[in-house]
Design a protein around this ligand. Structure first.
Ligand SMILES: NC(=O)C1=CN([C@@H]2O[C@H](COP(=O)(O)OP(=O)(O)OC[C@H]3O[C@@H](n4cnc5c(N)ncnc54)[C@H](OP(=O)(O)O)[C@@H]3O)[C@@H](O)[C@H]2O)C=CC1
Ligand SMILES: CC(C)CCC[C@@H](C)[C@H]1CC=C2C3=C(CC[C@@]21C)[C@@]1(C)CC[C@H](O)C[C@@H]1CC3
Length: 418
C-alpha cells in the first residue's frame, strides 16, 4: 500500500546513500573482524592478512546447522510462556501480545547443548565454522529483509513504521517499513531481537572456551571472565525481556535489514569478538588485575540494572514505594519524567553502565591490540547516535517538559563530560 501523504519523518543514517553504504559496510566490517581475530597480527585497521575464497565461506553443513538453530529457537519461542505481555498502544489503539519465555529458551538451549555435548556433540568444532556460519546468517538477513519489504507492501498503512516509508526502496529496505511484522502470534522483530542472536552469542563464546580448553588444557582466566560477563548480560536481557517492549526498536523502528542483520548476524559474530581474539591470542591475566576488571564490570552492571529497573518500575507503577519518593516533572501527555535518582544524574544512566561493562569485556584481552576494543568503540558510537535519536523523539513527545528536564539534568551520558 502507498504510504500516507503529508510530512514524513526526517531521513536518518545519511538518507538513501548512507543506507546503501551501510548495506555493504556492515557485513564487510563483520567479515573483516572475523578474519582479523583469527589472523596473527589481529589488526583492527588495515587489510586482513588473507582473503578467504568462496570455499571457506560456503558450507552446506553450516547452512544446515544455522537452519536447525533458527528452527530450535522458533520452536522454543512457541512453547507455553510464563506470561503474555501487552506491548505499547499502536496507532490503531490496539496492543500486541508477546510471550515472555526468553529466559526459559536460554535455559532449555543450555540443557539441550549440555545433553548434546554429553552425547558426543563436538562443540569445540564450532569456532572453525564461524566464517561459513556468518556467511549464511548474512544471506539469511538479506533474503529475510526482502521478504519483510514485500510483506510491508500489502500491510495496512497503520502498520507501517514512521521512519521506513520514505518511498526510496534502498532506504526503506534498510530501515524497515513495517513496525511489527508478524504471522499470527509469531512476531519476527521481537523474536529476532532476543533469541537467535543473543543466545547464539553466548553459545559461540562457550564453544570458544571449550576449544581453548582442548588446545591448552584449560580455559584461560581471561576467557572465563569474558564468558561470565557476557552470559550475565544476555541472561539479564532475557530475564527482563518485557522491558524490550518499550525500546525504540520495538515501538518506533521498522523491521528491515538494519535490525534483521544486526540481530541475527552482527550480534553473535561481532559481539563474541573478544572471545574469538582470546582463542588465537592468549593473554596472561593475574588475579589482582582480574579482580579489578570484575569490579569494573560489577559497577557497570549496578548502574545499568539500577537505572533500567528504576525507570521500568516507575513506568509500571509510579506509586511503587521504591520510586514514589523520587522527584518528577509532569508532562502534557500525563506521563512524568524522573528528575532525581539515576535519571537525575545523567539523561541516559543506563548507557553509562552499559559502556562501563563494555570496557570490562575488553580489558581481559590486554592492551597489546586495538581489535578487542572494537566493541567499545562501536558501542560508544551506537549509543551516542541512539541517544540523539531518543532525545529527538522525547522532545517531540514531551516538548517543554523535556526542555526543562534537559535544563535540570544537563549531561547526556557521562556526568560533567558529555
Ligand atoms: N548492547 C547493545 O547493543 C545495546 C544495548 N542497549 C541497552 O538497552 C537498554 C535500553 O535502551 P534504549 O531502548 O535505547 O533506551 P532507554 O531504556 O534509555 O529508554 C529511553 C526512554 O526512556 C524514557 N525516559 C527517558 N528519560 C526518562 C526519565 N527521566 N524518566 C522516565 N522515563 C524516561 C523515554 O521513554 P518514555 O517516556 O516513552 O517511557 C525514553 O524514550 C539500555 O540499557 C541500553 O544500554 C541499547 C542498544 C544496543
Ligand atoms: C548493525 C547495526 C550497526 C546496528 C544493529 C543494532 C542492534 C545490534 C542493536 C539495536 C538494539 C539492540 C538491543 C540489544 C542488542 C543489540 C541491538 C539488537 C539488547 C537486547 C542488548 C541487551 C540489553 O539488555 C537490551 C538491548 C535492547 C536493544
Amino acid at each position: 500500500m502507498a504510504p500516507p501523504e503529508g510530512p514524513r519523518a526526517p531521513l536518518e543514517f545519511g538518507g538513501p546513500l548512507g543506507a546503501a553504504v551501510l548495506l555493504l559496510l556492515l557485513p564487510a566490517t563483520m567479515f573483516h573482524l572475523l578474519l582479523a581475530a583469527r589472523s596473527g597480527p589481529a589488526r583492527l585497521l588495515g587489510p586482513p592478512a588473507s582473503l578467504p575464497g568462496l570455499e571457506a565461506l560456503w558450507s552446506p553443513r553450516a547452512l544446515l546447522l544455522w537452519l536447525a538453530w533458527l528452527g530450535l529457537q522458533a520452536a522454543l519461542y512457541l512453547l507455553p510462556a510464563r506470561k503474555v505481555a501487552e506491548g505499547q498502544e499502536l496507532k490503531d489503539k490496539s496492543r500486541l501480545r508477546y510471550p515472555i519465555n526468553g529466559f526459559q529458551a536460554l535455559v532449555l538451549t543450555a540443557l539441550l547443548v549440555g545433553l548434546g555435548v554429553s552425547a558426543g556433540l563436538p562443540l569445540g568444532a564450532l569456532p572453525e565454522m564461524l566464517l561459513p556460519l556468518a556467511f549464511v546468517a548474512t544471506l539469511t538477513a538479506f533474503i529475510f529483509s526482502l521478504f519483510l519489504y514485500m510483506k510491508a507492501q500489502v500491510a495496512p498503512v497503520s502498520a507501517l513504521a514512521p521512519g521506513g516509508i520514505s518511498g526510496n526502496p534502498i532506504y526503506d529496505f534498510f530501515l524497515g517499513r513495517e513496525l511489527n511484522p508478524r504471522i499470527c502470534f509469531f512476531d519476527f522483530k521481537y523474536f529476532c531481537e532476543l533469541r537467535p542472536g543473543l543466545i547464539g552469542w553466548v553459545l559461540i563464546n562457550l564453544a570458544l572456551l571449550v576449544k581453548e580448553a582442548e588446545l591448552r588444557g584449560s580455559p584461560s582466566l581471561a576467557m572465563w571472565l569474558v564468558n561470565g560477563f557476557q552470559l550475565l548480560y544476555v541472561g539479564d536481557a532475557l530475564w527482563h525481556e518485557e522491558a524490550i517492549l518499550t525500546t525504540m526498536d520495538i515501538t518506533h523502528d521498522g523491521f528491515g535489514f538494519m535490525l534483521a542483520f544486526g540481530d541475527i548476524a552482527w550480534v553473535p559474530f561481532t559481539y563474541s569478538l573478544q572471545a574469538q581474539f582470546l582463542l588465537r591470542h592468549p593473554q596472561p591475566l593475574g588475579l589482582p588485575m582480574a579482580s579489578a576488571i570484575c569490579l569494573i564490570n560489577a559497577i557497570g552492571y549496578y548502574i545499568f540494572r539500577g537505572a533500567n529497573s528504576q525507570k521500568n518500575t516507575f513506568r509500571k507503577n509510579p506509586s511503587d514505594p521504591r520510586v514514589a519518593g523520587l522527584e518528577t516533572i509532569s508532562t502534557a501527555t500525563g506521563r512524568k519524567l524522573l528528575v532525581s535518582g539515576w535519571w537525575g544524574m545523567v539523561r541516559h544512566p543506563n548507557y553509562l553502565g552499559d559502556l562501563i561493562m563494555a570496557l570490562a569485556w575488553s580489558l581481559p584481552c590486554g592492551v597489546s591490540h586495538l581489535l578487542p576494543y572494537f566493541y567499545l568503540l562501536y558501542f560508544t558510537a551506537l549509543l551516542v547516535h541512539r541517544e540523539a535519536r531518543d532525545e529527538r523523539q522525547c522532545l517531540q513527545k514531551y516538548g517543554l517538559a523535556w526542555q526543562e528536564y534537559c535544563r535540570r539534568v544537563p549531561y547526556r551520558i557521562v556526568p560533567y563530560i558529555y
